[in-house]
Ligand binder design. Structure first.
Ligand code: ATP
Ligand code: MG
Length: 205
């Protein structure tokens, strides 16, 4: 079983969006996937409540119970577990970082977001784990993402080669309690998530 934590102390950086969509990407590849929702806002859990499909399983958990919940997921035969985390919660993020095999740090290509992820990168260093930043909500046009990449590289952290663009499908699919690959299988958002999942699988093998 591989555990991937999606961490960022910055609110609204696409943690839940990436967590849900990566878990669904795994499910669609025939893998047993689960989401552990550490966020008291319970966004992933709410999404699952309104969903027809039983997979991915979403488990709401307190950070102190993370090891036990992960053990239960492993015993149940999970291939991939994605941890959705709360913003502004260092202790909760550190607990997830310590237990993860790989950490994804989503970041919008904007200066305040780039500055804010520095704290999350510090947690990655403390936990001594493999991690990468994934640019999200990237504007389809303009060079903001290229500039953001340069700034992020200066933090001495890996950067995913796959960027996630700002697309309405990411918003509409969540409203429909789906992932973009279910909502619009042939769309560009779906293509991006397929590519991101493929890249992620290589990072955790
Ligand atoms: N690639 C995208 N394109 C368009 N909208 C997006 C994209 N990614 C995220 N969003 C939207 O941005 C908002 C914040 O995203 P999300 O809830 O995933 O962030 P978060 O980091 O989990 O937030 P929080 O810190 O509050 O938990 C949501 O309304 C979501 O639909
Ligand atoms: Mg969230």
């Amino acid at each position: 079983m591989k555990t991937i934590a999606i961490l960022s102390n910055k609110g609204g950086s696409s943690k839940t969006t990436l967590c849900i969509n990566l878990a669904i990407a795994g499910t669609l590849k025939g893998k047993k996937t689960a989401i552990i929702d550490l966020d008291p806002q319970a966004s992933s859990s709410d999404w699952a409540d309104n969903r027809e499909s039983e997979s991915p399983v979403v488990i709401s958990s307190h950070p102190a119970r993370l090891d036990k919940v992960l053990k239960a997921a492993e015993d149940a035969g999970a291939d991939y577990v994605f941890i959705d985390s709360a913003p502004h919660s260092e202790s909760s993020s550190l607990a997830a970082a310590r237990i993860a095999d790989f950490i994804i740090i989503p970041c919008r290509p904007a200066i305040l977001d780039i500055r804010a992820i520095k704290n999350t990168i510090d947690l990655v260093v403390i936990a001594d784990k493999k991690a990468a930043v994934v640019l999200s909500c990237v504007q389809a046009r303009g060079g903001l993402a290229d500039e953001a990449e340069q700034a992020i590289i200066s933090y001495d952290i890996d950067l995913s080669p796959v960027r996630i663009t700002q697309r309405a499908a990411f918003v509409h699919s969540l409203t429909a309690s789906q992932g973009v690959q279910e909502y619009d299988p042939k769309g560009k958002a779906s293509e991006e998530i397929t590519a991101l999942f493929k890249w992620l699988c290589k990072q955790v093998t």
